[in-house]
Design a protein around this ligand. Structure first.
Ligand SMILES: [Zn+2]
Length: 297
């Protein structure tokens, strides 16, 4: 879709501006950054603010300032999903022209009464000229989507049996994450997606959309998710604490250990720039623990 004909490595870090940087965010930032640097690639930042109901004013700047303080260096302008709406519309039109989209009027309550977790296909025959307020769903097909994750290994889902007809535009008019992320990754020519395993199960849906939209599929690399002592994901929604920039050296070392990189004990005494130099030089993706969740060290 873009112009990256030579397929130079382009990676990205895509936080949602819903709060400050917590440890879970830092793991994804460090993992994606080191993969890009090790591959002499570019590292782009995208603010995933498509869900405007969840976004917090000023959180985007807070995240960028924290990344700067850690010494992350990104390429180009930060991309905001809220500036991409016209491209999401174009992708939607393309899917509509393939007769792959239908309006869904089902309420959450109606759907919760069905036995299956999957959408039962109730509205499949509805016309796109539907006037009542509706979401838009993509038709699922009996297709196995397989991919080989660079950390987690082979992963496969049948779109019809395991994903069902999923939402690409919400009833409130906002585009769904699954469509937005696929359009953005294509437009930014992303060659490898490094992110947490909480998105591992979303990947086949994204590849399905890439195939329908005739986009290339990047390499995927899912990092273990940092969990707390109670097994909960360390995230903004769980009220995780903001990373303390005063301890940036310790936090970076802790993150390297979390990602299986085994930095020497005395590296923590070094300047943050020297920790980065060590980390880029010694980064090995194969050392990342092949587990979906890992207790934050
Ligand atoms: Zn429906």
């Amino acid at each position: 879709m873009g112009t990256n004909n030579s397929k130079n490595y382009i990676g990205r870090f895509a936080p949602s501006p819903t709060g400050p940087v917590h440890y879970g965010t830092l793991v994804a930032a460090v993992g994606s950054y080191l993969q890009a640097k090790k591959n002499n690639g570019e590292w782009l930042i995208r603010m995933e603010d498509v869900d405007t109901l969840r976004k917090v004013d000023g959180a985007d700047n807070g995240i960028l300032r924290t990344l700067e303080s850690f010494g992350f260096e990104w390429n180009g302008e930060v991309l905001y999903q809220t500036k991409q709406i016209e491209y999401y519309e174009q992708a939607l039109e393309k899917l509509i022209s393939q007769s792959m989209v239908f309006p869904c009027l089902c309420s959450r309550k109606q759907l919760s009464k069905t036995d299956s977790k999957l959408y039962p296909g109730t509205c499949r025959q509805r016309s796109l000229s539907e006037k009542k307020e509706h979401a838009l769903r993509i038709l699922s097909q009996d297709i196995d989507i397989k991919f080989n994750d660079a950390v987690m290994g082979s992963h496969s889902q049948n779109i019809e049996q395991q994903c069902g007809d999923f939402i690409i535009k919400r009833r409130d008019g906002l585009f769904a994450y699954q469509l937005a992320v696929v359009v953005d990754d294509a437009m930014q020519d992303i060659t490898e997606v490094v992110r947490g395993t909480d998105l591992l199960d979303s990947t086949p849906r994204q590849i399905y959309l890439q195939q329908l939209l005739n986009y290339s599929t990047p390499v995927y690399c899912h990092l273990p998710l940092a969990i707390d002592n109670f097994g909960n994901k360390i995230s903004k929604s769980e009220g995780a604490p903001k990373v303390d920039i005063k301890n940036k050296e310790k936090l970076l070392i802790k993150t390297l250990n979390f990602l299986g990189q085994q930095p020497p004990d005395d590296l923590v005494e070094s300047h943050i720039d020297d920790i980065w130099l060590w980390a880029i030089k010694h980064w090995e993706i194969k050392r990342i623990p092949k587990v979906e969740k890992r207790k934050a060290l």
